[in-house]
Ligand binder design. Structure first.
Ligand SMILES: Cc1cc2nc3c(=O)[nH]c(=O)nc-3n(C[C@H](O)[C@H](O)[C@H](O)COP(=O)(O)OP(=O)(O)OC[C@H]3O[C@@H](n4cnc5c(N)ncnc54)[C@H](O)[C@@H]3O)c2cc1C
Length: 483
């Protein structure tokens, strides 16, 4: 039977209702990209299910027509993961937004995938609990997206990324089968299949329910803002704090260009415009333990070159500091129409030298590059502001991005800390993985999705770039990373 778009749309309408299927060009346009705007792909239709049964019906309709599908949450992803390639159908789970259960004894929540991250913590707050993974996009991004990307956030330093907080999932596979993996009790004997689903970027099927761990709200929190003359000395302070044995909840760096954009925006927090960088350090735990830790961090920052260290006087000031940090990407919209948020990780010890080299790459390509990042985790976000309508600038942006990734891998790091591979970095996978590694990953994916119909065209490289992007082939192994 030949695939028919008309028949597909009718089948999808039968699955979810007429008003829950979008197929007009002006509606589909909205779904052409995620937060990474220069990767685009137009879906043939978008469906908006509310229940797992409706997801099953949508997936079965796609299977009958031999059409691929892409699970989507809020579309805040930064690696092109939620875009539809080859006219796939987008299954947007944002309307599956119910918190089904909060159990303060088991300390778990059972949620539909479209629950917004920050809303889950709000729902858990009356029980003295929160959902610890806190991406800066948490006011918009969904738990389904967090699970698919294994998302992190500022507090990942102490609490770990999403994978440490997912106990069980319900997954609808490409053939329409519904499987449940894991258990609310934690520890599931046998292979860690929940662990495999977390971070699978929608390539295993649609997550239709998640049982997640909730964390007690800490008794006390202290937030420090340390002002540094430059980003390299702020990085040194991060190393000093970690080496001291303290386990801060968060260590975040915001550089000068980002400070300027934030202070000119609605997120302004009174950050000093003459600072080279600020380090936001958060400590949490029993109230009695914190004053000593605050003094220790203050001393270490000063010894590393901080010119001033402020401690938030109250919750309002603390929130102001965090609004500046979490609003930083949004504020960058003041600098240029487009922002390429990079995401790579290096060992913390390499932060100062890698940061210096990243800034040099930005200068060499004549780009507006700024840095705001999860410094405690070594998770860098070099941000390049640009205008994608300028073909030459876009070319320079992509070339600089490739060099940054290669630099990070050579420093002993990895090509993504939290934003995933998606359509953005698939051709950089050979920087880290051999053909055999990639083949093993493909075979794992095919256990879940033998026909490769769930989010095809993501994660795995196209052979064309494999050799070109191998840094060894370009002689990059000669770059030295001696301290
Ligand atoms: C301003 C800003 C700040 C950000 N800060 C952070 C940060 O601090 N830390 C961080 O980790 N990320 C951050 N991100 C990236 C992004 O918000 C996260 O990756 C987030 O988890 C994506 O959630 P989403 O609901 O928007 O997913 P989408 O963008 O819609 O989808 C992302 C991926 O998840 C898959 N997916 C979505 N829902 C499902 C489902 N139900 N089942 C299976 N697969 C699914 C999609 O196919 C896609 O591959 C930021 C983004 C922005 C725009």
């Amino acid at each position: 039977m030949q695939p028919s778009k008309t028949r597909l749309i009718e089948a999808l309408k039968a699955a979810v209702g007429t008003g829950e299927v979008l197929s007009r060009p002006e509606d589909l346009f909205v779904y052409e990209c995620d937060g990474l705007t220069h990767h685009t792909g137009r879906p043939s239709a978008v469906v908006l299910p509310r229940t797992s049964d409706e997801v099953v019906a949508c997936v079965e309709a796609c299977a009958r027509e031999g059409v691929a599908f892409v699970p989507r949450g809020a579309g805040t992803g930064l690696s092109g993961g939620a875009i539809a390639l080859g006219g796939a159908v987008v299954i947007e789970c944002a309307r599956m937004d119910r918190v089904l259960e909060i159990d303060p004894v088991d300390r778990v929540a059972v949620v539909q995938p479209g629950v917004v991250n920050a809303e889950l913590s709000k729902a858990a707050a009356p029980f003295g609990l929160l959902f610890a993974p806190d991406p800066s996009s948490q006011q918009a991004c969904t738990i389904g997206g967090n699970v698919a990307e294994n998302s992190g956030g500022p507090h990942t330093l102490k609490y770990g990324s999403t994978t440490g907080h997912v106990l069980a999932v319900e997954l609808v596979l490409a053939g329409g089968e519904r499987v449940r993996l894991g258990s609310r009790a934690g520890g599931d004997p046998g292979y860690d299949l929940v662990g495999a689903v977390v971070g699978s970027e929608g390539t295993f099927g649609v997550v239709t329910e998640a049982t997640v761990r909730l964390t007690p709200v800490p008794e006390a929190v202290e937030t420090l803002l340390a002002i540094f003359p430059d980003v390299v000395s702020a990085c040194r302070a991060v190393g000093a704090v970690i080496r001291s044995g303290l386990v801060p909840a968060a260590l975040e760096i915001v550089d000068q260009r980002t400070i300027a954009a934030v202070e000119a925006s609605v997120y302004a927090a009174g950050l000093p415009l003459d600072a080279g960088a600020v380090l936001l350090a958060e400590l949490d735990g029993p109230a009695v333990a914190l004053p000593k830790q605050v003094e220790r961090v203050r001393t270490l920052c000063t010894a590393s070159g901080a010119t001033r260290v402020e401690v938030a006087r109250d919750a309002a000031e603390r929130q102001r500091f965090w609004r500046a940090r979490k609003g930083a990407f949004g504020a960058m919209g003041r600098l240029a129409p487009d922002l390429y948020v990079h995401d790579a990780v290096v060992p913390r010890s390499k932060l100062p030298e890698v940061l210096a080299q990243i800034c040099a790459i930005g200068d060499r390509y004549r780009l507006t590059l700024s840095n705001v990042f999860h410094a405690g985790d070594g998770n860098l976000h070099p941000n390049i502001s640009f205008d994608r309508r300028d073909a030459d600038e876009l070319r320079r942006v992509l070339a600089a991005g490739a060099e940054i990734l290669e630099l990070c891998v050579l420093a002993g790091g990895v090509i993504s800390g939290e934003h995933g591979i998606g359509a953005e970095k698939q051709d950089f996978m050979p920087l880290m993985f051999s053909p055999d590694d990639l083949d093993a990953m493909r075979r794992l994916r095919e256990v879940f999705d033998p026909g490769r119909r769930s989010n095809p065209g993501k994660i795995f490289p196209t052979t064309r770039f494999c050799v070109e992007s191998n840094p060894k082939a370009r002689g990059y192994e000669r770059v030295s990373f001696e301290p």
